[in-house]
Design a protein around this ligand. Sequence first.
Ligand code: SF4
Ligand code: SF4
Length: 357
Amino acid sequence: MIDRPFGSTGKDVSAISFGGMRFPDPQNLAKSSDLILYAHSQGINYFDTAPIYCGDRSEDIFGHALSQLPRNSFTVSTKGSRAKGDDLRKTLERSLTRLKVDQIDFFYIWHLMNPEDWEKRKQLGAVEAALKAKEEGLIGHLLCSSHMEGEAIAKVLQEDIFEGVLLGYNAINFPYRQKAVEQAGKQDLGVVTMNPLGGGLIPQNQEKFEFLKSETATDVISAALQFNLSNPAISTVLVGFENREEIDQAISAAENFVPISRQQQQHVEAHLKTAFADLCTGCGYCLPCPVDIPIPKYLDSYNQLILTDGDQQAVLNRYRMHWNITPQQAKECIACGDCEERCTQHLPIIQRLAELP
Ligand code: SF4
Ligand code: SF4
């Protein structure tokens, strides 16, 4: 497994990292821990979790597994409450106990929704509380995670508070996060990319992504992982593993990785931009909706209609298994048009919501 420097933190992390949001049987501590220990034995040394993942079991699972390993052989991260500074401190202390460590190596100010949300978090004391915890040694490095569009994330990074960032980045949505990755590169910050397989869209529609394959990535999933790894500003690609085979496949993608040239990368990017111009990228820019429709979740489900040439069952599966949403809420749209004005892809959102099963 290749290790990469994590910005200027002085830490190196494995190019593939383990995201703890997909344990198939989170009540089974021993079985879930085995997956982590297997990944570690294969060279994965960065593990990411959060308080609510897997029915709030994920941190306990990592604590059980990581406490069996030498402390200097892994990097662990978790995330802070979205509320006031006091609450952040409480959840941090609980995370330390659950993870059975004295210090969280990377601690994230979690899920910045939009610039207003970021300002509010600062006013509520979240950053202050996190920096105090860092001074006390409870946090090694302070980072942020966000689903905002790239330029908005880049502005947050320019405030020079964070040493790294976690963002969704993959062969479908990369144009909307590229500016953040570039900014992080300029500031020598660590970059963790989550959702490298487009929330399952890429593995579920492999024939559409065949063009990503290369000499060193002969299957689509490896090619999608290598797409992220090809960006030198990206420190690690976070994958939510469910079994050993997925770990082996991701590790093999990293081990066989030969960086593609900038010219080849531009060719792939141009193809992606034109071939998938009508896909929702999940950037979230269309929100908020006055009747609280989670538009990106429905439009992502509509992507299934496009990619499967109209398979309605694929959409219903996406609702149920990926997003936990129902068909009814899409029908509550009052056609105000606010979202369409904001959509970065200029998608006919009202029409798509009406067409969804
Ligand atoms: S057009 Fe429909 S989905 Fe879009 S913001 Fe208005 S109510 Fe929400
Ligand atoms: S509908 Fe448009 S703005 Fe909303 S998430 Fe999709 S691409 Fe982004």
